[in-house]
Design a protein around this ligand. Structure first.
Ligand code: PGA
Length: 270
């Protein structure tokens, strides 16, 4: 199953960013329960993704092998190999068979000093291994309140995608995550998410052309949960979610996939 094989229509991606949560046992438990749920998941336009911590990626891959779900890493090194203690390379992720990797998360930017230039290097390493980056961008509260949302989003796109060619739009996923909404319980309204994401798509259109921009998935992230996901993914430029806290509970995660399935069917009808 591949969410990108659906001609002329973007699917929905429901991605759980586990951050630094769940030990080996909890990871296994979640994956077994997810595998059970996925036995009845046959909506090809909705791709669930989970991003456990590095040490348990292989275990998650094993349990979910052949199921309609992708396992993603939460980060990758900007280097190819060698003396970089604690780092994991794109080639290593590739050797696990991973198809997706989150980069540029605001927590990496904030706590690890990552900037657009470094994130761009990571993106290039992933491209080199045919892994699809889930590239996170988004403004802080201060930036939003001083009316800089658009400038920030555009400069992050410019910085992370500088001189990066795209051929179909399926090689990268963008996650719009307003920093003020992450882990705060303060979700962007559907209108705020749509406004920012339309702006992102517009920038992509100018840079890469209409067809590529139309093919590219733009996710929303920031306090998304079963209660608000429906309204958010009903927006035309919100192609799913990158979900932290609410993705950790299997029942909530599956409920959000259910909502996405309904929305995918509506998108097709409409
Ligand atoms: P949250 O995190 O859903 O817990 O707000 C989202 C994210 O950081 O990707």
């Amino acid at each position: 199953m591949n969410v990108y094989e659906v001609a002329n229509m973007r699917g929905l991606i429901i991605a759980g960013n586990w951050k630094m949560n769940k030990d080996l046992f909890e990871t296994q438990q979640f994956c077994f329960e997810l595998a059970e749920y996925l036995k009845n998941h046959d909506e090809e336009r909705v791709l669930p993704v989970i991003a456990p911590v590095y040490p348990f990626l292989a275990k998650a891959q094993d349990i979910l092998l052949g199921m309609p779900v992708a396992v993603a890493a939460q980060d990758v090194s900007a280097h190819d190999e060698g003396a970089f203690t604690g780092e994991v390379s794109a080639a290593m992720l590739r050797s696990l068979g991973l198809k997706y990797c989150i980069i540029g998360h605001s927590e990496r930017r904030q706590y690890h000093g990552e900037n657009d230039e470094l994130i761009r290097e990571k993106l290039l390493r992933l491209f080199g291994q045919s892994i699809i980056p889930i590239l996170c961008i988004g403004e802080t509260l201060e930036q939003r309140e001083s009316g800089e949302t658009e400038i920030v989003i555009v400069s992050q796109l410019e910085g992370c995608l500088r001189d990066i060619p795209l051929s179909t739009g399926a090689e990268v996923v963008i996650a719009y995550e307003p920093v003020w909404a992450i882990g705060t319980g303060r979700t962007a309204t559907a209108a705020q998410a749509q406004e920012a994401q339309a702006l992102i798509r517009h920038w992509l259109q100018n840079r890469y052309g209409t067809a590529i921009a139309a093919n590219l998935h733009i996710l929303y992230g920031g306090s998304m949960k079963p209660e608000n996901i429906g309204e958010l993914i009903a927006q035309p430029d919100v192609d799913g979610g990158l979900i932290g806290g609410a993705s950790l509970k299997i029942t909530d995660f599956c409920r959000m996939i259910d909502v996405a399935v309904e929305q995918a069917q509506r998108r097709q009808d409409g």
